[in-house]
Write a protein that binds this ligand. Structure first.
Ligand code: C2E
Ligand code: CA
Ligand code: CA
Ligand code: CA
Length: 277
């Protein structure tokens, strides 16, 4: 990786606060992880609820440590603030596209690969080159690639991000609005930008069986997605009841621990032949 993306080397100092120290450790650890190729990509399959057919998977970055994995919820924000997210993002895109191309060949069926992209990656043009490179190197069809983005992408840099989203879509890559329902502005962004999918936040999927409010929100999201001709994805499906409810609501794709956990590529290859009905 070019020097530009590496944070400056710093040394410990007794005056560092505990939280700063924690971030410092993550930043230095991540620096090493990027250089030594310690990061892995896991895949969490998603299925069509009615037929149980495998549609594709979401790529989720994994950083192994002595006890298991460092949580992305901890290190992604650090990577975003240091600029390391660019190298990390490019790596995940490339790995995910190459693995998906291979498995698609093996299955004789074009699987979708959904990759999480940080709003920070839309602060420069780099995302276009990184995406193009991942597609070229892997030989995957651009139409198999979906970028999952949150409404954070529009905050503070709306003009630049909007242009980049148009460029991504012009390449044939599709966009999915992640964590839908969590923010306040997703609705207006859906109207203004070329999204193909809406991914309902797991908070609402998990609440929908008990809470009439959550059910109503999921139902309204599905109706709206249909009116706007967007595909609808439900994440965080943990029970059979939730899955059946989503099927009755005609959700297009379902994903969650009930169906499959995030897994290494060799395991993804093994489950790819199994239907989840
Ligand atoms: P996300 O994009 O909303 O991803 C969904 C998270 O929910 C994942 O956590 C996944 O393992 C977890 N999950 C999946 N099914 C279930 C379920 O049934 N129940 C519950 N309780 N959780 C479920 P993970 O892998 O820890 O990732 C957390 C977040 O970190 C992601 O949220 C995403 O925002 C970010 N992230 C992960 N990988 C990447 C990456 O490669 N690039 C970027 N920019 N962000 C990433
Ligand atoms: Ca996601
Ligand atoms: Ca999500
Ligand atoms: Ca999230």
């Amino acid at each position: 990786f070019s020097k530009k993306y590496k944070p400056a080397l710093r040394f410990y100092d007794e005056t560092m606060s505990a939280s700063f120290r924690y971030r410092f450790d993550l930043e230095q650890g991540l620096r090493k992880a990027l250089i030594d190729s310690e990061l892995q990509v896991y895949y969490q399959p998603f299925y069509a609820p009615g037929s149980g057919e495998l549609v594709g998977a979401e790529a989720l970055v994994r950083w192994p440590d002595k006890t298991g994995f460092v949580s992305p919820a901890d290190f992604i924000p650090v990577a975003e603030s240091t600029g390391q997210i660019r190298a990390l993002g490019a790596l995940v895109l490339k790995r995910a596209c190459c693995d998906t191309r291979l498995l698609s060949e093996q299955l004789g069926k074009k699987l979708v690969i959904a990759v999480n992209v940080s709003p920070v990656q839309f602060a420069s043009n780099d995302i276009i080159a990184d995406l193009q490179e991942a597609i070229n190197i892997s030989g995957i069809d651009a139409t198999q690639v979906v970028l999952e983005i949150t409404e954070g992408v529009f905050i503070g840099q709306i003009a630049g991000a909007a242009r980049l989203l148009e460029e991504v879509v012009a390449m044939g890559v599709r966009l999915s609005m992640d964590d839908f329902g969590q923010g306040y502005s997703s609705l207006s962004y859906l109207r203004m930008h070329p999204f193909s999918f809406l991914k309902i936040d797991k908070l609402f999927i998990q609440g929908m069986v008990q809470s009439p409010q959550d059910y109503a929100l999921v139902q309204a999201s599905v109706a709206m997605a249909q009116a706007l001709q967007l595909g609808i994805v439900a994440e965080g499906v943990e029970t059979r009841e939730q899955l059946e409810m989503l099927e009755s609501l005609s959700v297009d794709y379902a994903q969650g621990f009930y169906l499959a956990r995030p897994m290494a590529f060799d395991e993804y290859q093994k489950v790819a032949n199994i239907k989840h009905v």
